[in-house]
Ligand binder design. Structure first.
Ligand code: SAH
Ligand code: SF4
Ligand code: F3S
Length: 483
């Protein structure tokens, strides 16, 4: 879709979206042309992403808009416009951003054309914006998670003003479709199916910074996926904080299982993944859809958080240890070879050694193919932050190390089960260490390295898994791909 507008005083910006943003893309383009004249060279941008898949997808949207405006993409932060798309899920995510801002400031002192933008989850926290306003005056533009679609409009404001432009919304019920996107990979893509979260797990900041849960309409999602397929995309990852509750609030409700089946009908889409599932909402219907739809990858990321029912209750997760175990049993019966991965937090307030043993017990009994393990991080404003019995750091770290040991040993065993099999692999890139190898992913999400060249990137090829190297495989292509 092309949107072109006559610019000038006689023509005020349209009120409707996305038309309004295409108007501002044109205005930003004009302003950028002047800057390019002045600089006597093209101007570049760099978007740096912190955090989860949701943020990665948002960054692709930011890049799409900036390329349309006429900036040249760069991987280096020595660019003329640098945007940090931030995460605030744990304290250290924030600290990293403040640390790197100092470095950006030193670059800005050397480059008179440089602009700095900050957006994403961290910006939704009032105390962060206050700190930026006071101590980081060199930042040009600050926006949040709800208005990233407005980048062109905000950039025009920032280009026309010397003051810091700040635009943060508390929440939104708005979903703007049809803006440009610059995909990182031509052959695979994330697709947002819902935004926000209503679960309010007591440790988690996400519902406060991403707002209330809202689902995209299925027609819009399927239209986007059809367009992606026509553009060469073979694998989609359906994204949401809790995909299992997809569609419940739509005018015409649709379940996530139905959406999966509809996605699988789209020609050209060969693999479907999704992220993240909340155990409390994982329905038998979804397990059925996974079992019956070959395009759905045999991989489920099912965050456990804790194995202790007592702690799960304090976390407001709304399932018990037994319910989690029963659920994973049911999934394994329906999809026998499935890879199960998880997230676990250690050191939640009040966690005792016995509670921690319950977590280890679930880890042993389920046998996760991999697990992201986190030290509990106190997030201001969440209920857990003001709970008594915050756990001392040494105890937390000791539990963390013991958990990681078990998680890794089990993951190694699980990985080894594929030895000698031939599996379909989607080739993603040339191996970074050895350019005679390519690297791809199996349906289970394991990485495989095997001899091949760039012509294979983006193809699904059968690969014989010769040697398990802990958490990945070395393999050889089973036969030459035709066509
Ligand atoms: N919506 C997803 C998770 C999003 S955040 C879900 O419900 O599973 C990703 C992971 O970060 C969470 O699964 C959790 O393990 C971890 N996490 C969230 N808040 C945290 C905190 N305060 N401290 C440590 N880890 C946290
Ligand atoms: Fe956070 Fe819980 Fe929502 Fe996941 S489901 S984003 S952990 S509140
Ligand atoms: Fe971080 Fe925001 Fe994702 S807080 S984990 S980037 S939703």
């Amino acid at each position: 879709m092309e949107h072109l507008y006559q610019l000038g005083k006689a023509c005020p910006p349209p009120a409707a979206e996305p038309e309004r943003q295409y108007y501002f893309i044109e205005r930003a383009r004009k302003l950028l042309e002047e800057k390019i004249q002045e600089a006597g060279r093209p101007l570049t941008f760099c978007v740096v992403t912190f955090g989860c898949q949701m943020n990665a997808r948002d960054s692709e949207k930011l890049r799409g808009i900036l390329e349309r405006i006429g900036y040249i993409k760069s991987e280096s932060e020595e660019a003329d416009l640098v945007i940090y798309n931030t995460c605030t899920v744990r304290e250290n995510a924030n600290l990293r951003v403040y640390g790197r801002l100092g470095y950006l400031h030193s670059l800005k002192k050397k480059n008179p054309h440089m602009m700095i933008g900050l957006c994403g989850c961290m910006m939704q926290e009032p105390q962060v914006v206050e700190k930026l306003r006071k101590s980081y005056r060199f930042v040009d533009l600050v926006f949040g998670t709800h208005n990233i679609y407005k980048l062109a409009e905000l950039l025009v404001q920032a280009m026309e003003s010397d003051a810091m432009v700040i635009d943060i919304w508390k929440d939104t019920d708005r979903i703007v479709e049809d803006l440009p996107v610059d995909r990182k990979y031509p052959f695979k893509s994330g697709v947002n199916i819902m935004f926000g979260c209503n679960n309010f797990c007591s440790y988690c900041i996400v519902p406060y910074v991403r707002g209330r849960e809202r689902s995209r309409r299925p027609e819009e999602i399927l239209r986007e996926i059809r367009n992606l397929a026509e553009d060469g995309v073979k694998e989609v990852m359906l994204l949401g904080q809790n995909v299992n509750s997809y569609g419940k609030t739509l005018p015409e409700p649709m379940t996530f299982a139905e959406l999966l089946r509809k996605t699988a009908e789209i020609p050209g889409i060969e693999r479907i993944r999704f992220m993240t599932s909340h155990p409390k909402d994982l329905s038998p219907e979804l397990i059925g859809a996974m079992a019956e739809t070959p395009k759905v990858c045999p991989h489920l990321h099912l965050p456990l958080q804790s194995g202790s029912t007592r702690i799960l209750e304090k976390m407001n997760r709304r399932y018990t240890k037994e319910q989690y175990l029963e659920l994973t049993d049911r999934i394994r019966r329906a999809v026998p070879d499935i890879s199960l991965t998880t997230d676990i937090i250690v050191g939640f307030p009040g966690e005792t050694e016995e509670d921690f043993q319950e977590t280890l017990d679930v880890v042993e009994r389920v046998g996760f193919d991999s697990a992201f393990t986190f030290l509990y991080s106190r997030r201001t404003g969440t209920p857990a932050a003001s709970m008594a019995e915050q756990i001392p750091e040494e105890i937390m770290k000791d539990r963390f190390d013991r958990l990681l040991d078990r998680v890794q040993a089990i993951a190694r065993e699980r990985c080894a089960r594929f030895q000698g099999r031939t599996e379909e692999v989607l080739v993603e890139n040339i191996n970074e260490q050895d350019s005679s190898l390519v690297t791809g992913r199996m349906g289970s999400n394991l990485l495989v390295h095997f001899p091949g060249d760039a012509s294979l990137i983006g193809s699904l090829v059968p690969v014989h898994l010769d040697e398990c190297r802990g958490f990945y495989y070395l393999g050889t292509m089973a036969f030459t791909q035709k066509g």
